[in-house]
Design a protein around this ligand. Structure first.
Ligand SMILES: [Zn+2]
Length: 261
């Protein structure tokens, strides 16, 4: 049984290296930026070798980056250039616009924002495209984890199906919130409830003053949550609530509280 598992992993790894996980047709020859290039430009300006900026993820903190095309900004698992460019371009553009609008407002934690205040026209379509943008990033992380031999209990096919068809992934929800600095992303965390074995997963896209939490909740296993935005949510598809991702402030407050007691 152990041999069977490792043989399957080898086959998966080989396939993951050669074919784009989105279309499963073309050779994977394109790296997707972990943090969107336009977001980096917007918050950092253009870095140079003389004035690098610092990027951190779970693996390494504060690596100096001298160019927006530096390798560490790209997801190591590749998709094909057609999927990365033509196919997902509307998704990239939708997020670029939303990111701009969120960063230019004063956001209050707990505040509800109507989606038509972000996108006046084609609100539903644009918000689905934002959802699809985060599917691309999340799918790349899952593909990467699987290729590295991790047993991730989140199937990749629904991500590919959603992007190929332009329809939402039923199990991926988003939260938009305030963040207190730092650019990068958290690792992907996945939990299984005990008992029940229901799968919950998530990661955080951090962009200085704002952050987006991507939450995977296995279908039919969790109660509906109003604070999670999904294009098909009963209660919150037309609006979303600003979440609190200001962790460093909270850590400092907790530290002060514990040292005071
Ligand atoms: Zn492709």
């Amino acid at each position: 049984m152990a041999t069977g598992t490792s043989a399957a992993n080898i086959v998966d790894n080989a396939a993951a290296e050669s074919l784009c996980w989105i279309c499963k047709r073309n050779k994977a020859d394109s790296g997707e930026h972990k943090t969107k290039r336009s977001d980096l430009l917007a918050v950092l300006g253009k870095p140079s070798q003389n004035e690098p900026f610092y990027y951190h993820d779970q693996a390494k903190r504060n690596r100096a980056v001298g160019s927006l095309d530096a390798k560490i900004l790209k997801s190591p698992i590749r998709i094909c250039s057609h999927c990365n460019n033509a196919r997902t371009q509307p998704h990239d553009c939708a997020w670029e616009a939303m990111s701009d609008r969120l960063r230019s407002r004063r956001l209050a934690v707990g505040q509800w924002i109507r989606c038509n205040r972000i996108f006046r026209y084609s609100t539903k379509r644009e918000m689905i495209d934002v959802h699809l943008f985060f599917l691309k990033l999340t799918g790349c992380m899952i593909a990467e984890a699987k290729a590295n031999g991790h047993d991730v209990p989140i199937p990749l096919d629904p991500f590919s199906d959603a992007i190929m068809s332009g329809r939402p992934h039923a199990e991926i929800n988003l939260q938009f919130g305030r963040h207190d600095g730092g650019i990068g992303r958290s690792d992907l965390h996945v939990w299984k409830t005990d008992p029940g074995g229901s799968v919950l997963g998530g990661w955080l896209y951090q962009l200085d003053t704002i952050a987006v939490s991507v939450v995977y909740a296995q279908a039919g296993r969790f109660e509906h949550r109003r604070d999670l935005w999904h294009p098909h949510s009963r209660t919150s598809r037309k609006r979303f609530q600003i979440a609190d991702f200001m962790y460093s402030k909270r850590d400092a407050a907790e530290l002060a509280a514990s040292s005071g007691s």
